[in-house]
Design a protein around this ligand. Structure first.
Ligand SMILES: CC(C)(COP(=O)(O)OP(=O)(O)OC[C@H]1O[C@@H](n2cnc3c(N)ncnc32)[C@H](O)[C@@H]1OP(=O)(O)O)[C@@H](O)C(=O)NCCC(=O)NCCS
Length: 178
């Protein structure tokens, strides 16, 4: 990965303070055509409201929020979440969500570094099984496969592209402990 990018876990306070920067990354991904839960165009207000909810969830210890920060100005260029809060019969499991890298820093290993850090954070939180879903045939699918994630299967027409039209989704899992 670029030596100028560092991965860190955001504290509840940082998560709240960096809402604007996180929104900028999310909006860029949606503008770039990524199917990540939102339709286009995604307004700053709607994106901020999403990250406000994430910051509250971080404050409630329900999830870990990681950020890739560019030095020297600390600008956020990527992010991913580990969703810790699960049903009481799945305390060992976490979901990985909202893996986002700004288009201007892609293909430099930032996504892989974020995912490795997310797996490490999940392991440190006592999780042993991780689950995620992603658009079938996407850059992200290649990334997860490269990092040793197992493909469970494909759900046709699971979601919409931001501009409309169905896309298929692949469910992945990874065992990160016993
Ligand atoms: C999926 C996503 C997170 C990947 O982020 P990224 O930072 O580009 O990921 P990486 O740089 O680790 O890997 C991407 C590619 O760059 C290549 N790469 C990594 N470092 C490199 C380097 N130094 N030089 C050249 N290529 C490099 C990787 O091999 C990989 O190649 P591939 O696409 O042919 O498989 C990013 O494309 C994204 O945000 N997409 C939109 C949102 C999205 O779909 N998120 C997934 C939701 S589940």
């Amino acid at each position: 990965m670029s030596e100028h990018v560092a991965i860190c876990v955001l504290s509840p306070r940082e998560a709240k303070e960096r809402i604007g920067a996180l929104s900028a990354v999310l909006i860029d991904c949606v503008e770039g055509g990524a199917s990540v839960g939102f339709m286009a165009p995604l307004s700053q207000e709607r994106a901020n409201s999403f990250w406000k909810g994430v910051a509250e969830s971080v404050a409630a210890s329900e999830r870990i929020l990681l950020a890739a920060q560019d030095s020297p100005d600390g600008q956020i260029v990527g992010t991913v979440q580990v969703v810790l809060r699960q049903p009481e019969n799945q305390p060992h499991r976490a979901d990985i969500a909202k893996m986002l890298v700004h288009r201007r820093v892609r293909n430099r290993g930032v996504g892989a570094a974020l995912m490795r850090a997310a797996e490490e954070a999940a392991r440190a939180a006592g999780k042993t099984v991780l689950v995620l879903d992603t658009v079938t045939g996407s850059n992200a699918e290649r990334l997860y496969t490269r990092l040793g994630w197992q493909k469970s299967g494909v759900i046709p027409n699971y979601a919409l592209w931001p501009q409309g039209g169905f896309c298929d989704t692949t469910i992945f899992y990874k065992q990160i402990g016993q």
